[in-house]
Design a protein around this ligand. Structure first.
Ligand code: 4AD
Ligand code: MG
Length: 430
C-alpha cells in the first residue's frame, strides 16, 4: 500500500511503500537506521542485516543524505519515537541520488543557512516552524469565519501610503507613481462599510532600514476591520483571536512544538482577557524601572516593550498613545485630544509588538484636518474621505503581523525563520 508518513498509523503491522528523502543515517555492521522524511512527517527506517538480502543492506549503508527513495517496510509501533512509529525496511529503491548535500547534520552559520534557504527549509526545525505558520493561518480563517467575517483582498499595488511615506517601495504603474502596499487597512475600511465585518490576509512591504530580529521587508498581515465597533470591543476581538490561534497551535502542533523545544507551559495560559496598560502608565512604569532615556511623546523601542511585557505572563495592550507618534487615521480619545484610541499588543518573552490597531476617525472635518496636518494630498485620499461622506459610522480594526506571531508561538528567536523565503535588508536571494 502506498502511503505518506503521516498516514502510517492506519497500517500498523502492514507493508507500505513511501516516497521519501534520506534526512539522516547511521549504521553499524549489523543494523542501519534511516531517518526518512516526506514532507508530511519523519519516521525512522530500520534495516537489519540478518533479515534482508545483502544488496539491500549495502544500499542502506551507502545511501547519501537527501537522496530520494521509494522505501518499502512494515509499520511498527515504537513508543520511543516522538512520532510513535518506525518502519522495518523490506525494500529500498533510489529515485535520484543527492551528492554532497551542503547542509549536514553538524552546525552551520546563519549566513550559510540563509544562502541555502531553499534547502534549509527541509530541516526538521524549519519543517516544524512552517507547520506552525500553516496552523496559525488555518486557525485564522476558522476564527474569522466562525465570527461572521468576510475575507476581502485589498490591492497590493496602491497609490497611497497609510503608514507614513518614509518606508515605501515605489514602483512605476505605467506612467504613474505607485507603491507596494504597506497595509490593506484603508481598503478594508471601505470593505467594512460594504460587508460589515471583514478581514484580509496578504503580503505587505516596508522599506525599513531596520536590521533587527523583528523586522522583515516583506511580511504577511491579517487585517480585520469592523463597522459599528468602537475601541474597547476591538480589543476584545483581538484577545479572543490571539487566544484562539495559540490554543489551536497547542492542540494541533504538539510534535512541532516538541521538535522546537518550546516551553508550552508559557502558552497554556494565553487566554482572554489580556491586561491593558495606558501609554501614560507605561511611561511611569519605565521611569520607575530606571529608563531615563524615554519621555512622554516618544515611541517605545524594543527594550521598553520588553521591559513592559516582562511584568505580565500574557500579551499586554498598551493603549492611548500620543497623537503625534501615530498615523493620521486614528480617532482621538473623547476626553483629551493629545492621545488616540489605539492599542499595540505586545507579546510576552521579548517578542515585541504583534498587533497595531485603533478606532478610526469617522468625522469628515477631523479627517480632512488630519490629512492636511500630515501633508497627505486630498487627490490621493479623495476616495477614503468619501467613505465619511455617505453614512459614516464608528469603526475599528487592527493588523496582526504573522511572522512575529509565528516567532513568539514557536519560540524562535528571529523572524527570518518564520517565513519560507525572508526578504531582509541586503537579502533578495534565494
Ligand atoms: O503597527 P502596524 O504598522 O499597523 C498597521 O499597518 C495598521 N494599518 C494595521 C491595521 O490597523 N489594519 O503593523 C501591524 C503589525 C505590527 O504590529 C507587527 O506585528 C507587524 O505588523 N509588522 C512587521 N512585521 C515584520 N516586519 C516588519 N517590518 C513589520 N512592521 C510591522
Ligand atoms: Mg505598529
Amino acid at each position: 500500500m502506498k502511503c505518506t508518513i503521516n498516514e502510517v498509523h492506519k497500517y500498523v503491522n502492514e507493508e507500505v511503500t513511501i516516497g521519501a528523502w534520506i534526512a539522516n543515517k547511521r549504521s553499524s555492521g549489523k543494523i542501519a537506521f534511516l531517518q526518512l522524511r516526506d514532507g508530511t512527517g519523519f519516521i525512522q527506517g530500520v534495516v537489519v542485516k540478518a533479515e534482508v538480502d545483502e544488496e539491500l543492506f549495502t544500499l542502506a549503508k551507502k545511501v547519501t543524505q537527501e537522496t530520494s527513495v521509494w522505501v518499502k517496510g512494515i509499520v511498527q509501533v515504537d513508543e520511543r519515537s516522538p512520532f510513535g512509529y518506525e518502519l522495518l525496511v523490506t525494500g529500498l529503491e533510489v529515485i535520484a541520488e543527492a551528492v554532497d548535500y551542503p547542509i549536514t547534520p553538524k552546525q552551520h552559520g546563519t549566513e550559510f543557512l540563509m544562502d541555502h534557504r531553499h534547502l534549509w527549509l527541509r530541516s526538521k526545525r524549519q519543517h516544524a516552524v512552517m507547520k506552525i505558520r500553516n496552523e496559525i493561518i488555518r486557525a485564522t480563517y476558522e476564527f474569522f469565519n466562525q465570527e461572521g467575517f468576510v475575507k476581502v483582498d485589498p490591492p497590493i499595488l496602491t497609490g497611497s501610503a497609510p503608514e507614513g511615506t518614509s518606508e515605501l517601495f515605489a514602483t512605476k504603474y505605467f506612467d504613474e507613481d505607485a507603491y507596494l502596499s504597506q497595509s490593506g487597512q484603508l481598503y478594508m475600511e471601505a470593505a467594512a462599510m460594504a460587508l460589515g465585518k471583514v478581514f484580509s490576509f496578504g503580503p505587505t512591504f516596508r522599506a525599513e532600514k531596520s536590521k533587527t530580529r523583528r523586522h522583515l521587508i516583506e511580511f504577511w498581515m491579517i487585517e480585520p476591520e469592523m463597522a459599528f465597533v468602537e475601541f474597547e470591543e476591538n480589543l476584545e476581538v483581538q484577545e479572543q483571536y490571539v487566544s484562539y490561534i495559540v490554543q489551536s497551535v497547542l492542540k494541533n502542533c504538539e510534535i512541532e512544538l516538541k521538535t522546537l523545544g518550546r516551553d508550552t507551559s508559557k502558552l497554556e495560559n494565553i487566554k482572554a482577557p489580556f491586561p491593558r496598560i495606558s501609554y501614560d502608565d507605561a511611561i511611569k512604569f519605565l521611569h520607575e524601572k530606571g529608563f531615563d532615556d524615554i519621555q512622554w511623546g516618544d515611541d517605545f523601542g524594543a527594550p521598553h516593550e520588553t521591559a513592559i511585557a516582562e511584568s505580565f505572563d500574557k500579551p499586554v495592550f498598551i493603549t492611548h498613545y500620543p497623537t503625534g507618534i501615530k498615523p493620521f487615521y486614528m480617532q482621538p480619545a473623547p476626553d483629551r485630544d493629545d492621545v488616540v484610541l489605539c492599542a499595540d499588543l505586545i507579546a510576552p518573552e521579548g517578542y515585541g509588538e504583534i498587533i497595531g490597531g485603533s478606532e478610526r476617525i469617522h468625522d469628515m472635518e477631523l479627517l480632512k484636518q488630519r490629512l492636511d496636518e500630515h501633508n497627505l494630498s486630498m487627490d490621493a485620499y479623495q476616495w477614503y474621505y468619501e467613505l465619511r461622506q455617505y453614512g459614516s459610522v464608528p469603526h475599528s480594526g487592527f493588523g496582526l503581523g504573522l511572522e512575529r506571531t509565528v516567532a513568539w508561538i514557536s519560540g524562535v528567536e528571529h523572524v527570518r525563520e518564520t517565513i519560507p523565503f525572508p526578504r531582509l535588508l541586503n537579502r533578495l536571494y534565494p
